[in-house]
Write a protein that binds this ligand. Structure first.
Ligand code: NAP
Length: 467
């Protein structure tokens, strides 16, 4: 059956791949548009929705998670269906979705981390920060990781908000974390942590750090933690002075100067900021990382005014048994979907997928969120990004051919999923798991207690459904 979308009986049929902020904001914008009746099916590889709000936002940042109320409304919208525990490329393919839907929007985020590209990066004890984040947030794939928290010093490479999150979680009193929705396995491990110092390394200067003010300031309020910054590390070179005109940068510098002026106490833990240093090698002892060789940098102005870090040839060695590289996320190619390997995004123009970075539009395919623009911005940034994509999709829907050649029967996908992945879950299934997690949390005075095993999630979803 094929015809063009023009009525509630034949709505515009859209598949959104990814139930994180970008995917759910896109679904929201699509069903709220005034021009077309739209039905949206949201596919997600985990049985749980919310993407980075569940697996990225730190457990002690509950207020940011309030956005799930918006997402819940989207998932409950009569024109939206949720299909979780469905893997794109395995359970459903690009070919399936382009055959069954008028339009497909990819909103899969950035699924891996960037690398430093230095010797020793893969030693035991050296981790992508993203693994640690997923571990403490109970993402199933990372639940069994084991971090060497017996190390006294941990180094976090990078000056972004993820680096701040990692440092804060390592240094926060576990009894404070016990009141959050941190994964139980992480809480238990952190209770036995012997990490006494976290060193945050910036390859450029304090004026180039990407931290936001609130997150930087929060580091100075941790109980039992001395914050240490050498005043000379905060001296700005001439080129950096103009960066201070930016309000965020000026405020960051104020906060850092306040830290530099603090007397150290006998606090049990310490956070040290270092600027203008790059790890050039991780050094091993007994096969595991034991120290980081650092090179002192200076800033040099490159084309377009960008201030780049350049090594000075002066080196030092800093002992550390645990190293987290927090140097940014990176998008991963989806099977059969165009990919710009240089930028780690799906090539696109304002959300319309292109066949290659300089190619033609791929009709009916769209992109939103980090896989569209790269891993930057906060959760809310994805709202405008997804709205831009949704507006383009509606604009294009006006021009769909009279016979768009898709199988518009909404049951077609149900038949396909039942055959390929009978364990797919719906919004009602998720709601049951959500209730279990919230109830467990409420019994323990916590916002929720996360279930971290997919099998256990599926059991809880089905069991209560049958009961
Ligand atoms: P980010 O903000 O892009 O920061 C990456 C950091 O890594 C930068 O300081 C960068 O320095 C540094 N870096 C890159 N390559 C490096 C290398 N080879 N050696 C040393 N340092 C290197 O990325 P992110 O921290 O992963 O955060 C991603 C996004 O999520 C950001 O927009 C962030 O604000 C957001 N986020 C927000 C929150 C929150 O709101 N609480 C929490 C977490 C994440 P250069 O500047 O020199 O490249």
């Amino acid at each position: 059956m094929t015809d063009s979308p023009d009525s509630p009986a034949r709505p515009l049929r859209v598949a959104v791949v990814g139930a994180g902020p970008a995917g759910l904001f896109a679904a929201d914008a699509l069903v709220k548009n005034k021009s077309f009746d739209v039905s949206v099916d949201v596919f997600e590889r985990w049985p749980t929705p919310y993407g980075l709000v569940r697996e990225g936002v730190a457990p002690d940042h509950q207020s940011i998670k309030g956005v799930t109320r918006v997402f819940d409304r989207v998932l409950q919208h009569p024109a939206v269906r949720f299909f979780g525990n469905v893997r794109f490329g395995e359970d459903v393919t690009r070919e399936d979705l382009t055959r069954i839907y008028d339009q497909v929007a990819y909103a899969v985020g950035a699924q891996t981390d960037r690398r430093m590209g230095i010797p020793g990066e893969d030693l035991g004890g050296s981790w992508p920060a993203t693994d640690f984040v997923r571990w403490y947030n109970g993402q199933p794939e990372c639940a069994d990781l084991s971090f060497k928290l017996s190390a006294e010093r941990a180094i976090v490479v990078g000056n972004g908000n993820v680096a701040v999150d990692v440092a804060r979680i390592l240094l926060t009193d576990p009894e404070v974390l016990a009141r959050t929705d941190i994964a139980n396995h992480a809480l238990e491990a952190l209770r036995h942590s012997r990490v006494r110092e976290v060193v945050l390394l910036g390859r450029r200067g304090p004026a180039q750090a990407k931290f936001t003010n609130v997150e930087l300031k929060e580091l100075g309020k941790l109980d039992g933690v001395d914050v240490v910054v050498a005043p000379e590390e905060l001296e700005l070179d001439y080129a950096s002075s103009s960066a201070v005109e930016e309000k965020r940068v000026a405020r960051n510098l104020e906060i850092l100067h306040e830290y530099a002026a603090r007397e150290t106490t006998d606090a049990p833990r310490r956070l040290t900021f270092r600027f203008l240093v790059s790890p050039v090698a991780l050094l091993a002892s007994d096969g595991d990382v034991a120290a980081v060789r650092l090179e002192k940098n200076r800033l040099t102005q490159s084309e377009g005014g960008y201030l780049a870090a350049e090594g000075t040839g002066k080196y030092e060695t800093l002992e550390a048994g645990l190293v987290f590289r927090s140097v940014g996320y990176r998008g991963v190619a989806l099977p059969d979907v165009p990919f710009d390997d240089r930028r780690g995004v799906i090539p696109n123009l304002e959300g319309r997928v292109l066949t290659s970075p300089d190619g033609e539009p791929a009709p009916g395919e769209y992109v939103a969120g980090w896989i569209k623009r790269g891993p930057s911005g906060v959760i809310g940034t994805n709202k405008a990004c997804a709205a831009e994509t949704a507006a383009i999709m509606i604009e294009d829907a006006e021009r769909l051919p009279v016979d768009p050649g898709v199988d518009v029967d909404p049951d077609s996908i149900l038949a396909l999923l039942s055959e390929r992945c009978p364990n797919y879950v719906t919004a009602d299934d998720w709601r049951r798991l959500d209730e279990v997690e919230l109830a467990k949390g409420s019994a323990e005075g916590r916002p929720r207690v996360k279930v971290v095993r997919v099998n256990e999630m599926l059991d809880l979803m089905r069991k209560r459904g049958e009961g």
